[in-house]
Design a protein around this ligand. Structure first.
Ligand code: AKB
Length: 337
């Protein structure tokens, strides 16, 4: 008998770390993780880790022969800044990797006679605001607005949302009389901030980098202008969103892709929060044209009304609680130990 399992790809990344810790609290979850990198030792005992490449079809086939995968959290991706340096490699991981997994999940759904649930974190990068005036005029974008990404990563995310929707609504195995579709669900995240991990390769990274640098008493030159504004979210809320969407009854869902957000602030306001907690912080602004252009194309905020209505989404951490109760105390104790 194969064991019913949850598969997490890209598990060694920031969201993976937090998601594993949360899922491991329930003894009923058998969690298989996949990443090209090893897992940090503190979390590797909580799961069965497979170190390997998402693009390795033989490896995926071996996984489904050993485990009955009922849910997939597909976190693996090359983030926005990194993807601009190697766009074709990013396309391979972000699109081909996702396509292979969607195909496998669809076949598994048919085989089980029950949909495999496929949870896909998408991003504000799926949006592309044409200029700063438009960005200011439409501060809370809806899911279907301004879907004109300017980065390889954003194009990949938007397309994979569509691919997932295709596999869950339109794909038919021609030979199957009663096709069973996979159950694809996606959230578009703002920039995420964790107290326990530091991001790499993203463009919203200036926020968390500023904070972690201040806690370590290191100077930080922020790569965007002071007036740059995007939405952010504390990592516990990101995990809450993934698990909340996964747990929602399918009958209540009116979309496959939902915006979720928590708070928006400018880079200067972010700096002020950091300085409030770490008065000695040395933060300067030295915008990088390319990265500035990416963040300027992202919306100032997201309208997450549909997520609130359909599955009761509500962040636990607003700006005050994120900094005051989650980020600052945990980051402080992390670097003091
Ligand atoms: C990135 O900066 O690429 C990510 C994202 C906003 O999706 N953090």
């Amino acid at each position: 008998m194969r064991k019913k399992s949850i598969l997490i790809t890209g598990a060694a990344g920031e969201i993976g770390d937090a998601l594993i810790r949360s899922l491991a609290q329930s003894a009923t979850n058998q969690v298989i993780t996949l990443d090209i990198r090893p897992l940090p030792p503190e979390i590797s005992q909580m799961v069965t880790h497979v170190q390997g490449d998402l693009l390795d079809q033989a490896l995926l086939a071996r996984l489904v022969s050993e485990y009955e995968i009922a849910t997939i959290y597909h976190l693996a991706a090359l983030l926005s800044t990194r993807a601009e340096f190697t766009p074709e490699a990013a396309h391979k991981v972000n699109v081909e990797g996702t396509l292979g997994l969607l195909k496998l999940a669809s076949e598994q759904s048919l085989w089980r006679g029950e949909p495999v649930q496929f949870i896909f974190p998408s991003s504000i990068a799926a949006y592309g605001m044409p200029d700063l005036e438009t960005k200011a005029k439409f501060p809370h974008v809806r899911e279907w607005e301004w879907n004109y990404p300017t980065t390889m990563y954003g194009c990949n995310k938007l397309y994979c949302e569509l691919l997932g929707t295709y596999y869950s609504h339109n794909f038919r195995q021609l030979a199957a009389e009663k096709p069973v579709m996979l159950d694809f669900r996606s959230v578009r995240f703002p920039g995420l901030i964790s107290a326990f991990t530091v991001p790499s390769g993203g463009t919203s990274d200036y926020g968390p980098e500023m904070l972690h640098a201040a806690a370590k008493d290191e100077a930080y030159a922020c790569f965007v202008r002071e007036d740059t504004i995007i939405p952010f979210m504390a990592m516990p809320d990101a995990v809450k969103a993934l698990l909340g969407l996964a747990a929602a009854p399918a009958s209540g869902l009116s979309r496959t892709v939902y915006n979720v957000t928590s708070f928006s602030l400018t880079a200067a306001e972010f700096r002020d929060q950091v300085v409030r907690a770490f008065p000695g912080a040395q933060i300067s602004f030295d915008p990088d044209l390319k990265r500035q252009g990416i963040v300027d194309s992202w919306p100032a905020g997201l309208n997450d009304h549909d997520a609130q209505r359909d599955w009761g989404w509500k962040p636990d951490y607003d700006l005050e609680r994120s900094f005051g109760e989650y980020l600052v105390p945990n980051i402080r104790s992390r670097y003091q130990d």
